[in-house]
Structures are given as structure tokens and as C-alpha cells.
Design a protein around this ligand. Sequence first.
Ligand SMILES: [Zn+2]
Length: 316
Amino acid sequence: MTRIRKMALALLGVALFSGISLLSQTETPLPDFRVRRVDPAKYNEVVRKVQGQIMVVAGAGSQVSVLAGPDGVLIVDDQYKEMNPKLLAAIKSISDKPIRYVINTHLHPDHVGGNEAIAKLGAAILASDNARMGLVRGFPPGTTTPAAALPVVTFTEPINLQFDGEDIEIVPSPKPSHTDGDIFIYFKKSDVLAMGDVYTTDYPAINPANGGTSQNVIDDWNYALDHFIGPKTKIVPGHGQISTRADLIALRNATSTIRERFRKMVKDGMTLEQVKAARPTREFDQRFALENVGHNEIVSTDAWYGTMYNEAKNGQ
Ligand SMILES: [Zn+2]
């Protein structure tokens, strides 16, 4: 081989290599800010296509799935109240048509904060019975939900909505896990599943006060895998990155392994401090630890260790 040919091949190799890295760089991560104090000036919305007719808007608070078509706009969750002007501008950049429906995956303020303003624009809000009841009681406890922010259509069983040519299945998750009123929203034609905070691309946010356990989360994930998620399905998490079946299976398997480790360590009489020192999540942390996945001021891996330890102690 001549030296020039060798050089040309080497250059081609470099070009191919940089081409590949350029391709992977086009998928920059979505913003994922789970913050306590929401300063909208600090956070910008990013709009990206998920698949089929579904787009996602990501900024601070929930990831928002957007279905836009001839009938108008339907969104899943609506971030923090403070982000509403920026969220509405982002949705406008997708479609000029009115927002007709808002589906709340659950009652947390980073998922329902835009309800009042968007309902006043004429949208109908849908949520599970339990999510609405929680909002009526006030969440966080001690707060009041404005009447306009309350869901007007509620359900305890799966329902279907036909809109923009999509057959949309809205299905309560079978077990309490993140809250006692979580739902899945499956856009059949586009093959996109919105999972709310039952799935957030990191160690699951379990709420024991609502009856949540890691086993319930695993059961909810398995239900979603069995009923909705095929090889080409795209998953919109409540927070975090657009995912595939393989991503959810990886987290499920990691969570099952970690759960068994906690049970064994508790059975062996280890204290929480000893469990933390033994780090039973070690090989999964790079991919799934809360602090490696997004900017999270609400839950820490430390608190998650406490939840996992307590449920193992309670034999759950
Ligand atoms: Zn939540």
C-alpha cells in the first residue's frame, strides 16, 4: 500500500469516526430540572419530536407530551405554574390550534401547575379519581387548589379518547407506586406511552404514604411492558429522557436486584448506615442514580436508600 493511500484511508477513518460522534451528538439530552423554587427566567423549554404525531416539551417540571393535529392540541401534564407562559409559547410553536385536553398523570405540582391557566383557555382536564380527590384536599397538604385547576373528567377504570386520529388509551396503573392515582397514557397509532412519574429514567420515586413499594413499581412497569410497550414504542417519562423498552427493562432488572440486596442486608441485621457503606446500587449508579440523571432538588439517592431500607425492614 502506498503511503498516500494509507494516509487517505486513515483520513477516511477519522471522517467516519467523527461522523458517528456527530450523529450521537444530535441527540443531546432533554432538560430535566426537578427544582424546589421555580425561577422561570432560569429554565428554557425545549421542543422535540418523540414519534408519529407526538412531541415533547421539556423544561422545569414534568416532561409534557403534546399531540397536535386537525382537532387541536392534547397535552399530558403541564409543568409548574411558574413555567406556564413559557410552556404555552412552546406549545404554540408546535400548533396554533387551541389546547382541548390536558391529562394529568398524577397530582404533583410539577405536573398540574398549568391546569388553571390552560383550563381558562377552554381545555378540559382529565385525571384519575384519586388524583382529583387529592387536589380537592389540597396538595401539598395545607394548600388549596383553585376550582378551575380541578380535573372535570375522572375515572377509576381504563378509558379511551379519540382525538386527532389517535386512539388514546388512558389506564390507571394497577398498583399504588409513585402516588395512589397514577395513570398511563398510550397513543396507539404513534406508539408512544407517557408514564408520568411511575417511570422517571432513574431509581423509582416510591411513595410509601400512598401504599407505594418497590415491588408495586416493578409490577406497574411489568404491566406497562405487557400491555403497551413493544420493540418500537417510545416512552415519555415523567422526568428524564425519551426511552425504549430496553431502557425500562434495564431499570426494572436493576431495581429487582437492588431490592433483593436490601432484603438480604436487612435480614443479615445491617443498619441503614452499613447498607449505605456497602452501596448495593454500586454498578447501577452511573446510569440510574438520581444525581447522575437530572438536576434533582426533590429526591436524593440518600432518601431513596432510606425508603428501600424501611420497606425491607417492614417485610414489603
Ligand atoms: Zn410526581
